[in-house]
Design a binder for this molecule. Sequence first.
Ligand SMILES: NC(=O)c1ccc[n+]([C@@H]2O[C@H](COP(=O)([O-])OP(=O)(O)OC[C@H]3O[C@@H](n4cnc5c(N)ncnc54)[C@H](O)[C@@H]3O)[C@@H](O)[C@H]2O)c1
Length: 343
Amino acid sequence: MKIGIIGTGSITGKHAQAIAEIEGAELVALYNPNPESAAKAKAQFGLLVLTDLEEFLKVPDMEIVCVCTPSGMHLEPALAAAKAGKHLMIEKPIEINLKRTDELIAACAENKVKLAVIFQNRFTEDYQKLKRAVSEGVFGRLLMGNAYVNWFRDSAYYSTSNWKGTLEADGGGALINQGIHTVDLLLDLMGDVKSVFGQVQTTLYPIEGEDLGAAIVNFKNGALGNITSATALYPGYPERIEIFGTEGSAILEAGKLTQWNIKESSEIVKPSQNSGGSGASDPTAIGHQLHLAQWKLFLRAIQEDQTPVVDGETARKSVELIRAIYFSSKKGKIVAFPFEDED
Ligand SMILES: NC(=O)c1ccc[n+]([C@@H]2O[C@H](COP(=O)([O-])OP(=O)(O)OC[C@H]3O[C@@H](n4cnc5c(N)ncnc54)[C@H](O)[C@@H]3O)[C@@H](O)[C@H]2O)c1
């Protein structure tokens, strides 16, 4: 299966590494409209790099396109690719607001192409164990689920990027860019949200989006939850998910189970070796193995005509929650779900 990638920045290399390890898959072309960036990518990847989107979409037999542009610039290239009949793998977040997200999902449905959104942290061995246990009711009735992303980025992280922390291209800051991975896991474990109260602020950096955010979530299943997400908390600690139920509790840190306590069970769970790393202090400190796991499943879903893991509707949920937190913070009010954007 031939694959092309749109955007040639820092995350593109992880996709290239992952695709190179899949038998029967081949990365055939890259697209970047900026001639300088395209030349740099050609030198880096040694592949065909096109600066014209129409030409890129005509590369023979290219069935799948992966979108790695800044978050608020996923929609336009994705629409063109969907219209050209390409299946789409999009980097997180699917888009930066619900209107753009819905447009993207609708275009894929209309053009009958598959859509998956990268949330690679779903694929650590320990997360999968936690998810299975929650689904099987091992923790009993869920009482509380927390997601903490107390991370740190230095000022150069923002000052050297033309889009990170901007409202137009990042959609905000720590929540929509960094925290969304863990918010996605929390929603996957705890289910849908009934209401949320959020507060966000910009504390350390001269950015439009937040570098500090917190929220209290009321889940439909009756459980409560806390979310924190930050890029201002030195030195940055591994992201953590806590699940508490009537029959037991578990804590997952940076993709590894560090606590597992089930009533009347003596099972001792040791953290697995392979967690994929944490971007707590350094965004480049993640491997490509989890992207590889999601790519393999996506290719299988295409071959078997199945719904991909983390499809558009699933990826929409974390955008909905984060947009609701922003709205709640702006209005100083609890926000009920389903939430629809104002703008
Ligand atoms: N899954 C993860 O852990 C992870 C990690 C980092 C980034 N990301 C996501 O990947 C996306 C890209 O992030 P990044 O860190 O690689 O950013 P980046 O700034 O390093 O790269 C963005 C790339 O897109 C190109 N670009 C900009 N506008 C374009 C357009 N209209 N058409 C084609 N190319 C265009 C830029 O020239 C650059 O090559 C973001 O959505 C981000 O949230 C995901």
